[in-house]
Design a protein around this ligand. Structure first.
Ligand SMILES: Cc1cc2nc3c(=O)[nH]c(=O)nc-3n(C[C@H](O)[C@H](O)[C@H](O)COP(=O)(O)OP(=O)(O)OC[C@H]3O[C@@H](n4cnc5c(N)ncnc54)[C@H](O)[C@@H]3O)c2cc1C
Length: 559
């Protein structure tokens, strides 16, 4: 008997997640890719091609000695291992990435706790509560707003980073109501992998999907990459279970309820300040079978925006409706000469063909000056639940070709590219907001001007681009990206000035300080200006009721 035809060969080597940069170590930009990026930037900014800075090795990073030790009963759940503490020190914002690159980690957590179940979470919180130790819930650690950083000053004698990723199971599926009870530490692919055999999907695909968790999404009110209707995690949440320092809060499973203010809405977006979300019943969807996608070009951003408004108000609800200005399109997709904006448009359904919806959407685009450089693509997998979504997209073949496909590939690679840019000394920040349609034109102009002025003043050059991430009948969520040549070792001071200029301009123009990236520590000054004072008092009162010792993520959101 021969075994050669079925021999699977050696098992692939396990992949290692970087403690220092985005994602998998083996997916980082190569030396050649980084060099190509350097010469492109040199051309763009009129500078010498920058040289990539070598990341500090983990062995050369000094961490403060842990100031606390767990009781014997919890010691098996707690780690003081060097790599573990370093990997739980920051999230993955631009600022975090610069500090990690240089091994600048003055505030590591004293311990990293890895609870295996909810009882462990309760026992850890009891210990921390009685000793006044701060607790920072940690999901995937993809926060871009300083949400998991243990820089709490003297608010507590020590800090525990509570890593929830061992709570990663889909515990129960209710096929009739199409919902599932899912543990909060499940990373995107882990969660989807357990739903797939049932032909179901949560269909929540933030760009950070691969390295962020259900609990993190709920705690930050994350936005998936779909543009309309079921895209916000809030709307997919049926009920929540939260361990607070004073007890467990579990809401009733209901499709809707008018019984007073919603308990779920108190904890959604609470960013680890009120308790630890341990599991949630989530509304699911059947996996899509019919898909259609198109790239529509517009003469300028304004005409593209009018088309997106018409689409958002049409009741067609495209899943993808991402308008890219010319700069964004240059970075991530193709645009015909003379075109000023690209709309990546997509529809999908598990129930019916979407060709009619696409045809009507294209008519609306045509009314606003949109043209189609290539015909739309559409697919019917023929098999319910057969199509793949893969890391943040559910577009099957439709959506993987042409401009839509180019945009998708670049979207998935973007976090790795950002790490390379940081090594090249380039300041690269993104900031996102939302405003009503009546304010969009003014907000876009004011923010672009404010940031361009800041870049010219602070960096001598720079580039601001804009795309839409979400579209609503009454407004839109513009997402700005900034690239500028930084001064080595001064980048963070330069970044802070640019960030402040952008944030001030957003607020002054009537936008929100964040549409889906959350508040964390970085957005606090602007959040404090945005939210009503009476609401802040109510939130503080709620916090002191569930967290009387103030141990939960001090400094974030409130407190
Ligand atoms: C490259 C990149 C792309 C991104 N794309 C998107 C995007 O498309 N859409 C979007 O919305 N965001 C995006 N983000 C931001 C980030 O991924 C989200 O905020 C995400 O929801 C965080 O999930 P996490 O599991 O990584 O949470 P973490 O970063 O670990 O934590 C975030 C916050 O939630 C709290 N928290 C985490 N888990 C729990 C829990 N179980 N209970 C209570 N509190 C908890 C933490 O204390 C912290 O305050 C992106 C970030 C990066 C780096």
């Amino acid at each position: 008997m021969t075994t050669t035809s079925t021999d699977p060969g050696p098992a692939p080597a396990p992949r290692t997640r970087s403690w220092q940069a985005w994602g998998w170590e083996d997916s980082a930009a190569s030396t050649e890719q980084t060099a190509r990026l350097a010469s492109a930037l040199a051309g763009r900014f009129g500078i010498e091609p920058p040289v990539a800075e070598e990341p500090v090795a983990l062995a050369d990073v000094t961490l403060r000695v842990p100031r606390i030790a767990p009781p014997d009963t919890l010691a098996h759940l707690c780690s003081t291992e060097h790599r573990d503490r370093a990997a739980h020190t920051y999230g993955r914002s631009y600022r975090d990435t610069v500090r990690l690159l240089r091994g600048d980690l003055p505030h590591p957590p004293d311990l990293v706790a890895h609870p295996a179940d909810e009882d462990d979470v309760v026992r850890l919180l009891d210990w921390c509560g009685s000793a006044g130790i701060a607790v920072i819930p940690f999901g995937g650690g993809s926060s871009v707003v300083g949400g998991v950083e243990a820089a709490i000053g003297d608010a507590a004698p020590g800090v525990v980073s509570l890593d929830l990723t061992r709570l990663d199971r889909v515990v129960d599926i209710d096929r009739v109501s199409r919902a599932a009870r899912i543990q909060a530490g499940a990373l995107g692919p882990v969660l989807e992998g357990q739903l797939r055999p049932h032909g179901l999907t949560l269909r929540h695909f933030p760009q950070s999907f691969e390295f962020s968790t259900l609990g993190g999404w709920l705690a930050t009110r994350a936005g998936g990459h779909f543009a309309t209707v079921y895209t916000h995690i809030d709307d997919l949440c049926e009920s929540l279970r939260v361990v607070t320092p004073t007890g467990v809060a579990e809401s009733r499973r209901l499709p809707g309820s008018g019984a007073g203010p919603s308990p779920d809405r108190l904890f959604l977006g609470s960013e680890g300040t009120l308790g630890v979300i341990t599991e949630a019943w989530m509304r699911l969807q059947d996996r899509p079978r019919w898909k259609a996608s198109a790239g529509v070009e517009f003469p300028d951003l304004g005409s593209g925006a009018s088309a997106v408004r018409a689409l958002a108000q049409s009741g067609l609800f495209p899943v993808n409706c991402r308008l890219l200005d010319a700069g964004e399109a240059m970075l991530s997709a193709t645009l015909s000469p003379g075109a000023g904006a690209l709309l990546v448009l997509g529809f999908e359904s598990a129930d019916h063909s979407v060709d009619v919806a696409m045809a009507r959407a294209l008519e609306l685009c045509g009314d606003h000056g949109g043209t189609l450089p290539a015909p739309p693509s559409s697919t019917d997998s023929g098999v319910p639940g057969a199509s793949a979504e893969g890391g943040g997209d559910s577009a099957g073949r439709a959506g993987r070709d042409g401009a839509a496909g180019e945009w998708r590939n670049s979207f998935l690679r973007a976090p790795y590219t950002r790490d390379a840019l940081v090594r090249l000394g380039i300041i690269c920040e993104t900031f996102e907001t939302a405003c009503t349609w009546d304010r969009f034109t003014e907000l876009h102009a004011a923010v672009t001007t404010a940031v361009e002025d800041a870049l010219a003043r602070i960096c001598g050059a720079g580039w601001v681009t804009c795309r839409f991430t979400h579209a609503y009948p009454d407004g839109v969520a513009p997402y700005f990206s900034v690239l500028a040549p930084g001064r080595r070792r001064s980048e963070l001071a330069q970044w802070a000035e640019i960030k402040a200029a952008a944030s001030d301009a957003l607020l002054a123009a009537g936008g929100t300080i964040t549409h889906h990236h959350a508040v964390g520590r970085d957005h606090r000054p602007w959040y404090d200006r945005q939210r009503p004072d009476v609401f802040a008092s109510a939130l503080r009162a709620a916090k002191s009721a569930v967290d009387p010792a103030g141990i939960m993520n001090p400094g974030v959101l409130i407190g």
